[in-house]
Design a protein around this ligand. Structure first.
Ligand code: GLC
Length: 427
């Protein structure tokens, strides 16, 4: 089974390769997406190392001079997607969106660098690694300057799409405050490709569009947007991923002799470790996102609540609470880790980020659990991820109850995670 599935996974990546960058899925998402590309590099690394590096390099070609790395690079026009480049109106070459996405690229770069070292190819890749570390460092500094307005050591998203968990109920209350009265007419494209019951509602979409218009109205001045956006939510997922990515980037910088970068990153890590408490919800005994405008916790336990292990946080009591939540959820689902707690009233089997399992989030959760010594839980998450793909194929996401597919098929990052999990033998 696995050998032919491996070949099928490689075929997905080759078919979605547009020459130097990979589309998440040719029909629904015809451009280069930020965190998708980072995970895709792991997949390519198992059979075409140069191509893996190229994926992260093309992503960083979309970087702006202030360090920002966009969530989408529109390398070619495609009118099958809304909102396209004309709506974002960022005046960039290549054309890009104006918001970012979870900064996982440094962590994936660490992984492909280590894999190059294992086969004695560090000399072949060290210059490319240095170039990427410098660019990623600028991006991480951009986060500190523009997505942490109050200097808390967390990541404050200014659009639900920045979090990568576009339609999570964590954004429902904060987004409800966004004025949609001036949005006007627009035509969605997502619902022409994917079943509407899996996609966000019209009211949600209006808010997404209003926030794009807000950024455009400020001419994509990131500092101004970070300080004044009507949506400013400290995202637990991005905060944990950036903390991890800063640790991984610091490790890479030290390995490559970039000591000044390593020193600055240590300060950012210390600040995050000191500030991350802001996201511990004592009412739920869980890590949750929090609206920085109202100070309210989201009140939702999501798959990213379990990324504290991946971020390297070691508070024993909190770890115990987190594992107790995981065990409770595991007892009620066929497959870990649902994107929303199964006991949550908003739990929805197939709707985006309100229930389905994403293999990329599982990959990070599994890795963190392994490193924190929760080996059985890590194995369980890894085994569930593989089983989901075996049962349903390389779908975008899966129902945590019976593994039924959700979203688009032949998905690049799902294929990449399959290949990455074969290599490690552990999450
Ligand atoms: C959806 C997901 C986002 C992902 C994109 C492309 O918008 O929510 O995380 O990057 O699809 O796969």
């Amino acid at each position: 089974m696995s050998t032919s599935t491996n070949e099928a996974a490689r075929t997905v990546l080759r078919d979605n390769d547009r020459g130097g960058y990979t589309v998440p899925n040719g029909r629904v998402y015809p451009f280069q997406w930020n965190w998708d590309s980072a995970f895709v590099a792991l997949g390519f690394d198992t059979f075409d190392r140069d191509r893996a590096w190229r994926e992260i390099e093309t992503l960083m070609m979309g970087q702006w001079e202030d360090g920002f790395v966009p969530h989408i690079i529109f390398w070619k026009e495609d009118d099958g997607y809304f909102p396209g480049p004309a709506v974002w109106d960022t005046h960039r070459t290549p054309m890009t969106s104006g918001i970012t996405q979870p900064p996982v690229a440094a962590s994936m770069l660490k992984r492909i660098w280590q894999s190059a070292c294992l086969t004695g190819e560090q000399d072949v890749y060290s210059d490319r690694a240095k170039g990427l570390v410098e660019k990623l460092f600028q991006w991480h500094l951009w986060f500190a300057r523009n997505r942490d307005f109050e200097g808390r050591g967390v990541v404050v998203a200014v659009h639900p799409w920045e979090t990568g968990r576009d339609n999570s109920p964590e954004w429902d209350a904060p987004a409800a405050a966004v004025d949609t009265s001036q949005v006007g007419e627009y035509q969605r494209r997502d619902i022409t490709h994917v079943d509407t019951k899996m996609r966000p509602t019209k009211a949600d979409y209006d808010r997404f569009v209003a926030l794009v218009q807000f950024g455009r109205g400020l001419n994509w001045d990131h500092a101004a947007i970070g300080a004044t956006s009507p949506f400013r939510v400290a995202d637990v997922g991005m905060s944990m991923m950036l903390l991890r990515a800063n640790r991984d980037l610091r490790w890479l910088a030290s390995e490559l002799g970039l000591d000044d970068i390593a020193t600055t990153l240590k300060d950012l890590i210390d600040r995050a470790v000191a500030g991350i408490d802001y996201l511990w919800d004592p009412a739920l005994n869980a890590w949750c996102s929090r609206d920085t405008i109202t100070g309210r916790f989201s009140g939702h336990i999501t798959s990213t609540s379990f990324l504290s292990f991946y971020a390297g946080l070691h508070d024993q009591t909190r770890n115990e609470h987190s594992i107790a939540h995981l065990a409770r959820i595991a007892a009620k689902t066929g497959y870990l880790v649902p994107s929303l707690d199964v006991d949550d009233p908003k739990f929805d089997l197939l709707r985006y980020w309100r229930g389905p399992v994403w293999s990329v989030v599982n990959y990070m959760i599994g890795q963190g659990l392994m490193e924190a010594g929760f080996v059985d839980w890590s194995e369980r998450v890894r085994a569930d991820t593989l089983r989901l793909i075996e049962v349903s194929g390389f779908y975008e996401a899966f129902s945590p109850v019976d593994g039924a597919p959700s979203g688009g098929d032949t998905f690049s990052w799902t294929a990449a995670i399959w290949l990455a999990l074969q290599e490690t033998g552990a999450a």
